[in-house]
Design a protein around this ligand. Structure first.
Ligand SMILES: CC/C=C\C/C=C\C/C=C\C=C\CC(=O)SCCNC(=O)CCNC(=O)[C@H](O)C(C)(C)COP(=O)(O)OP(=O)(O)OC[C@H]1O[C@@H](n2cnc3c(N)ncnc32)[C@H](O)[C@@H]1OP(=O)(O)O
Length: 302
């Protein structure tokens, strides 16, 4: 699936501005781009990709400090990196994890949702839809190695994956807390959750805006495994190895068959969903709530 119009335009702008694969990364000298040794890492500004072509797997590390919030730039760069892997036949699986200590992703970037104009909200929501669709319908096996708190939009990313492994730390909660902020999750994300944990559990989780700590997350089924923090990466890779043993075409066609109806319901109503979001987020009452919440977050330190 190609990037949607607005996101593609922004992607091109980012690429022109130099947000493309480069080395060295993390201060280590690496072969020049296209060096072809199959071991080099590549990165744009906010996503670090560590490829292991021999295994057919890449690890994508979200590194948009401080909290990997889903800004337009971050989502665009993430999708560029994902598309690069999708287009490279060497890669059949991706582990998604965080490079920001203690936070997988803080979810949607609240500064994108506050005090902006309707055109911005529309562009932003289109990018959120695109992120979800591209991940949800990815041909590749996606394993989320969740090494930090994972609320709302962070959970959105994790829910698109085929498998979620959560590090066992009581601070690492996961869930869709939107109602706690006075926000309603979009229907397609609700469907994604229902597909994952069932209808009744979703009713409770969504209405109460529940954030599950590891043991509860495992019990309700929003994650598939909880492991000690120091075993997260190795567990994610061994889960991946199991999935990689299945012939790709059969696995992918099965995944597409299982996910088609849920994805189609958004694809058919993308514009209406954007309009709905713009109307909702532009309301004075919602703006006020989000601004107060953002201020509280900022005052936490002071
Ligand atoms: C009718 C229906 C139609 C359509 C659908 C309608 C509506 C749907 C609309 C929106 C859906 C929204 C879903 C979301 O994702 S909203 C975001 C939810 N996320 C959160 O509530 C998490 C907030 N953050 C935190 O709880 C914490 O930051 C933390 C636990 C992730 C990390 O804690 P730390 O103590 O490590 O870090 P902090 O000091 O709190 O934060 C550092 C820094 O980062 C800023 N920040 C944190 N989160 C966000 C964010 N989500 N967006 C933007 N910025 C964020 C925070 O303010 C600090 O900034 P400063 O350094 O002080 O400047």
């Amino acid at each position: 699936m190609a990037l949607a119009g607005g996101v593609r335009v922004r992607a091109r702008a980012l690429l022109r501005a130099g947000a493309q694969f480069r080395g060295p990364v993390l201060g280590r000298p690496e072969p020049a781009a296209g060096g072809g040794d199959g071991t080099r890492r590549f990165a744009n500004l906010r996503v670090l990709v560590e490829p292991d072509p021999a295994a057919g797997v890449a690890v994508m590390k979200l590194k948009s400090p401080p909290v990997n919030s889903l800004s337009l730039e971050f989502m665009t760069e993430f999708l560029i990196s994902l598309e690069k892997l999708e287009n490279d036949k060497a890669f059949r699986g991706v582990v998604i994890t965080s490079d920001c200590p203690g936070v997988f992703s803080a979810g949607l970037d609240l500064t994108e949702l506050c005090g902006q104009n309707p055109a911005h909200y529309a562009e932003y929501w289109k990018a959120v839809q695109e992120l979800w669709l591209r991940l949800f319908l990815s041909n590749m096996v996606l394993v989320a190695a969740i090494n930090g708190v994972c609320p709302a939009g962070g959970c959105l990313m994790a829910l698109t994956c085929d498998v979620r492994v959560l590090a066992d730390n009581p601070k690492f909660v996961i869930g869709l807390k939107e109602t706690q902020l006075g926000i309603v999750v979009p229907f397609w994300l609700k469907d994604n959750l229902v597909n994952t944990i069932g209808h009744r559990a979703s009713e409770h989780a969504l209405q109460l805006g529940l954030l599950f700590p590891p043991a509860e997350a495992l019990q309700v089924g929003i994650v598939d495994q909880v492991v000690p923090e120091d075993q997260l990466q190795s567990t994610a890779l061994s889960v991946m190895a199991r999935w990689m043993a299945i012939p790709d075409h059969a696995r992918h066609l099965t995944k597409a068959m299982m996910r088609k109806a849920t994805a189609d319901s958004l694809i058919k109503h993308r514009d209406a969903d954007i309009q709905n979001f713009v109307n909702f987020i532009s309301r004075d009452s919602i703006q006020k709530t989000l601004q107060v919440y953002l201020q509280k977050l900022k005052q936490k330190k002071g």
